[in-house]
Design a protein around this ligand. Structure first.
Ligand SMILES: *Cc1c(COP(=O)(O)O)cnc(C)c1O
Length: 467
């Protein structure tokens, strides 16, 4: 039976004794000790056991120890092991240990990175990381960065900045007047753009049906010759890393055309922009510096902890104006005030673990990480081909699309792969086929992990053929 306790006394003692933090640490260490061995996806039993959490909001306080233990006993087994080496679903990055440790320490700081005055350390590291990212991606020197939750938000910011700039060129103050009676601006993108691009197009009020859609080729790349005439009230959205095939648009050629027309180019580079950090793969990003804004995730290819996306924008005034926020209590400084570059005010200080990830890797390590993901993806594709699976995309980056011949056999095979839990992959509809979709996105994936996963593919197909 829970009983009424003196809460503040209890919390002071939790800080003093540190027992629950030690307990949480022990559980966390137990979890990572098993991360490379455990089943990649939770068992049905582990998922069923989650009913333990279904209870009415409790009347009384609960013992801290019990809470932490409950998490480990029932939560840990119901996690998806994306920090292990054999998770290939979506484009979910693993996590760099140093970055995780930095986050752990920063969690104790519990900083709010809204302004310089609320956290000088978070502000400092935002400034540092901003410069490093501009360097890594070889973007124009005056490019600024906003630290948001992911690429969805980053794309929202990039398109908001573009919208602000397009309208201001037409003499229209969008922030004051909005879309009602506004002059027309155009928005153009490829038919294979990520769903979040269309989501942001609708949230921002452009309307999906008003979007001019350009045809794409068999890899999902925009066909440059099919792009309609551009002008200075046009926003063009390109892609670095198609979420299924991993393909990259022809930035150099397309951006030059856009620059001549003074159109705004936004690049969704959620995971693909990082190709710029690999000597071997940077050819894929040739010409990206000719765009106006870029969105990228750090929780995918870079393997920083989750909740880390960046909007990069060459037009600082447009970005800040589109995300404007004023109030008499807001104390702006001569240093970096993070909220000027994001839709949110209060934000956790994600710049800290991001800085740690980049500082740990350095230019060499970043190259090794990115090139390594590509190598493992190529190994995966080659070994699957040797075992008579069909590979439907050019493996230019870290994505592999697999078919077993017929959609029916592919579907059944995937079901067995997922049930065996040796590895985990999702699916997609690619052109006219159902495909198993592989994304190699963790530093922890070894050659052996790939070989073991291929064996599980072969076993699953065998089971699919007799069932
Ligand atoms: C993952 C992804 C997004 C969405 O990014 P979030 O970080 O999940 O918001 C957008 N575009 C592409 C190409 C992606 O891979």
């Amino acid at each position: 039976m829970a009983e009424k306790i003196n809460l503040s006394e209890n919390m002071f003692s939790q800080i003093r004794e540190k027992e629950i933090f030690i307990r949480a640490k022990d559980h966390a260490f137990d979890y990572i000790d098993n991360i490379f061995k455990r089943n990649v996806y939770p068992t049905e039993q582990a998922i069923e056991n989650l009913v333990i959490f279904d209870e009415k909001f409790p009347d009384l306080s609960c013992s801290p120890k019990l809470i932490i233990d409950l998490m480990h006993e029932y939560g840990s087994p119901a996690t998806v092991s994306i920090t292990g080496g054999r998770y290939f679903g979506f484009v979910n990055g693993g996590v760099i240990p140093t970055s995780l440790a930095a986050k752990l320490l920063a969690d104790f700081w519990d900083q709010n990175s809204v302004l310089y005055v609320t956290s000088p350390i978070a502000s400092k590291l935002e400034s540092v990381v901003e410069k490093w990212l501009v360097d890594i991606f070889r973007l124009p020197e005056n490019t600024v960065a906003g630290f948001v939750s992911g690429t969805s938000s980053a794309t929202l910011c990039g398109l908001a900045a573009a919208r602000y700039r397009m309208f201001s060129r037409l003499g229209w103050d969008f922030n004051a007047k909005g879309f009602i009676n506004a002059p027309k601006i155009r928005i153009i993108t490829g038919s294979h753009e990520h769903s979040t691009v269309f989501k942001m197009i609708s949230i921002l009020g452009f309307g999906k049906d008003n979007t001019e859609i350009v045809n794409t080729d068999c890899q999902g790349k925009i066909v440059p010759g099919e792009i309609p005439d551009l002008d200075e009230s046009t926003i063009l959205i390109l892609q670095a890393g198609n979420v299924n095939s991993g393909s990259f648009d022809e930035f150099d050629e397309i951006c030059e055309k856009a620059n001549r027309a003074n159109a705004w180019v936004h690049i969704d580079g959620a995971f693909g922009l990082w190709a710029a950090g690999s000597e071997k793969l940077k050819y894929l990003t040739k010409g990206i510096e000719k765009a106006n804004s870029w969105s990228v995730d750090c929780h995918k290819t870079l393997n920083a902890p989750y909740d880390s996306g960046i909007i990069l924008c060459k037009d600082k005034d447009a970005l800040i104006s589109s995300l404007q926020n004023v109030g008499s209590y807001i104390i702006l400084s001569n240093e970096r005030d993070g909220m000027l570059y994001t839709p949110e005010m209060s934000r956790r200080a994600r710049s800290i673990e991001l800085w740690a990830a980049l500082k740990y890797l350095g230019r060499d390590g970043l190259d090794e990480l990115i090139t390594g993901l590509h190598k493992r993806a190529v190994q995966f594709a080659n070994e699957l081909k040797e075992n008579e699976f069909e590979i439907l995309n050019d493996v230019v980056f870290n994505q592999v699309l697999v078919s077993c011949g017929t959609d029916n056999l592919t579907k059944k095979t995937l079901k067995f792969i997922q049930e065996m839990r040796v590895c985990w992959c999702g699916s997609a509809q690619w052109l006219d086929k159902f495909v198993i979709r592989i994304s190699v996105c963790s530093w922890a994936t070894t050659q052996d992990d790939i070989a073991e996963s291929v064996r599980s593919f072969v076993r699953a197909r065998k089971m699919a053929m007799i069932n």
